[in-house]
Write a protein that binds this ligand. Structure first.
Ligand SMILES: NC(=O)C1=CN([C@@H]2O[C@H](COP(=O)(O)OP(=O)(O)OC[C@H]3O[C@@H](n4cnc5c(N)ncnc54)[C@H](OP(=O)(O)O)[C@@H]3O)[C@@H](O)[C@H]2O)C=CC1
Ligand SMILES: CC(=O)C(=O)O
Ligand SMILES: [Mg+2]
Length: 586
């Protein structure tokens, strides 16, 4: 394969950036795009198109059918898809993200119809840089997984591609990253999922997962290749079974972060700050039991330690507020097994030789104010556990954070019922509001989707050389301040997801300011902007699927805005017809 840059393909060859077949394009535009005659003759408004889409969606009976329909829509009419998603984020996010994306990944090889991202295999090593040339766009951000821990569903190999695709759809809809600036990336490094290896439809390599050492070598090459192909690219690691070595290895060298460790930590701290206020319990008196001591659990606790320290505790005092339970029970130093390195920091040494296997007994012993679930064990917070928490606390903080919904440690309904509606609650996957004692109670969604779009956009716009811990923490603090008066009055822990674009601006601003403070920003001209000016700058640079010129067509309006200097990205073939269009139609 040659290493020279290939001729760029027209964007419609890739599903993430299609959109030429929009029925709102007037005839002149259709002629320019050479789609005249290929679309029914009527020129439609966005409203009519949206009405049809929502009707079609309602006709699909299962979540996976709805997922497939939305995938098709994104492939054939990208701007319409993103406008629809942005306007119906609460209703559509569960269909393109957790929980439905979990089923989509489990069945990816079965339901596959079209390419949606880039796959890099173990046997491609040595050649990764050349393969990246096949991606025909200028990428600003990639989400990469090796599929080894997809949500709480285990090793799904290359079927994990649904996660980068879903996360990047949220980057686009929630923080306004341009669709064609995103790269869903899945590493095919083998899988330990034996059923998949034996499934004739499975589309990845049929070998066991490579060793940790081999994966490290592969990732070293990948990181070099990505940054050589797209200097400044932001790289988000997602759903790796053991993400800590890569995070440690790359975080001071590349513009990268791990969403499960850092994004989750930040989003939970964001809601936790509000939960602690609402609990009425002083920070020094909180005690937290965590079910699950994996990347997310430890990532969350690490960031809460930082919050506790900002509230005046010493690091030692903060660290000792956590009791972790993993598949072998309470994590202690004298348990007799070799603890994974990431667990040692929180391992207890004050258990007097007792090894707690049961969560209930541990709760009796610790008397926690906080119960977090990042264990992948659906239903683990059963009636008994929830009633214990209610008996111990006026406002117990209960966050069942495992995804998808089937893995949630309890439902919202259970948490409300068994705590008499007193729980301060957030879950990883969405649950519906419910009526209780004459009031409507709305659950918080403690999902990293509240922060990763703003972290990514902040890193892109500030041209950050690395993503520092201060930038991650700033995303949490910014999120905690993003609630409006009504949300605060209603006792919400997180803002309404329908305001996610506004929230992402606040998060991105916090991230940019932290990058400036740390001196890792390369867009230093942004330092002179006031907060209002910075918000306006972020907004101006967000991809906007909302077409104000309704009779013209989403894609053309978007292309016009693209030529107006969106991150300097221009598209030659657009400019010609835009000129004609401006004189003919605008
Ligand atoms: N809400 C959100 O935004 C996010 C949610 N998550 C969710 O968190 C969950 C965990 O993710 P992650 O930490 O990366 O996964 P890991 O596989 O790294 O960790 C899972 C942890 O759960 C423990 N565990 C497994 N079975 C049991 C059991 N029976 N009792 C107690 N503990 C058990 C494991 O124990 P052991 O160490 O002994 O194997 C491990 O410590 C997933 O469901 C994921 O979807 C993740 C990121 C973000
Ligand atoms: C939300 C997420 O990142 C996870 O469940 O892994
Ligand atoms: Mg994840």
């Amino acid at each position: 394969m040659s290493s020279t840059q290939p001729k760029q393909l027209p964007s419609r060859h890739l599903t993430t950036t299609s959109g030429d077949f929009c029925t709102s394009n007037p005839p002149e535009i259709r002629k320019q795009l050479r789609t005249y005659g290929l679309i029914p003759p009527v020129v439609e408004s966005y409203e009519v198109q949206a009405q049809r889409c929502l009707k079609l969606l309602a006709m699909k009976t299962t979540p996976i059918e709805k997922y497939q329909y939305l995938t098709h829509l994104r492939a054939t009419n990208v701007h319409l898809f993103y406008r629809l998603l942005s306007e119906n984020v609460k209703e559509l996010t569960p269909l393109i993200y957790t929980p439905t994306v979990g089923e989509a990944c489990q069945r990816w090889s079965e339901i596959y119809t079209q390419p949606e991202g880039l796959y890099l295999s173990w046997h491609d090593r040595g050649n990764l840089r050349n393969i990246l040339n096949n991606w025909p766009h200028d990428v600003e951000i990639t989400v990469v997984t090796d599929g080894s821990r997809i949500l709480g569903l285990g090793d799904l190999g290359i079927n994990g591609m649904g996660i980068p695709v879903g996360k990047l759809a949220l980057y686009i809809a929630c923080a306004g990253i341009r669709p064609d600036a995103t790269l869903p990336l899945t590493l095919d490094l083998g899988t330990n999922n034996k059923a998949f290896r034996e499934d004739p439809l499975y589309m990845g390599s049929r070998m066991p997962k490579v060793t940790a050492e081999q994966e490290r070598e592969f990732l070293d090459e990948l990181m070099e290749a990505l940054t050589d192909r797209w200097p400044g690219i932001v790289i988000q690691y997602e759903d790796f079974k053991n993400p800590f070595p890569a995070l440690e290895r790359y975080q001071n060298k590349y513009t990268m972060f791990n969403d499960d460790v850092q994004g989750t930590g930040a989003v939970i701290v964001g809601g936790f700050i509000n939960a602690v206020k609402a609990s009425g319990v002083p920070v020094k008196d909180h005690r937290a039991v965590f079910l699950g001591a994996g990347s997310a659990g430890v990532g969350v606790a690490r960031q809460i330690v930082e919050f506790f320290m900002k509230e005046g505790l010493t690091e030692e005092e903060a660290r000792r507020k956590f009791w972790f339970v993993d598949s072998n029970g309470l994590v202690t130093l004298d348990r007799g097994d070799k603890l994974a390195e990431h667990k040692v920091y929180f391992a207890r040494d004050d258990n007097n030789g007792r090894q707690y296997q049961s969560l209930g007994r541990l709760i009796d012993f610790v008397q926690p104010t906080i119960l977090m679930g990042l264990s992948t064990i659906g239903g683990a917070f059963n009636r008994d556990i929830l009633q214990k928490m209610a008996a111990l606390n006026q406002r117990p903080i209960i966050f069942p954070l495992s995804n998808p919904s089937s893995k949630s440690e309890c439902t919202f309904e259970e948490a409300v019922r068994y705590t008499d509606g007193r729980a301060l609650f957030a879950s990883g996957s969405p649950f519906p509001s419910l009526e209780f004692a004459g009031k409507t109670l709305t659950p918080g969604q403690g999902n990293n989707m509240y922060v990763f779009p703003g972290i990514g956009q902040g890193a892109i716009l500030s041209k950050a050389s690395i993503i520092t811990q201060d930038m991650i923490y700033a995303s949490a603090e910014s999120l905690s301040t993003s609630l409006n008066k009504q949300e605060v009055a209603d006792g919400w822990l997180y803002p309404d997801i329908r305001r996610i674009r506004e929230v992402s601006i606040i998060v991105a601003r916090g991230v940019i300011r932290a990058a400036q403070k740390n001196g890792v920003d390369r867009a230093t001209e942004l330092r002179d902007l006031s907060d209002e000016q910075l918000d306006a700058y972020i907004k101006e640079h967000m991809y906007n699927p909302f077409n104000k010129r309704e009779n013209i067509g989403d894609n053309v309006a978007q292309l016009l805005s693209t030529t107006n200097g969106m991150n300097g990205h221009t598209n030659g073939y657009v400019n010609g017809f835009v000129k004609n269009l401006e004189s003919a139609h605008l």
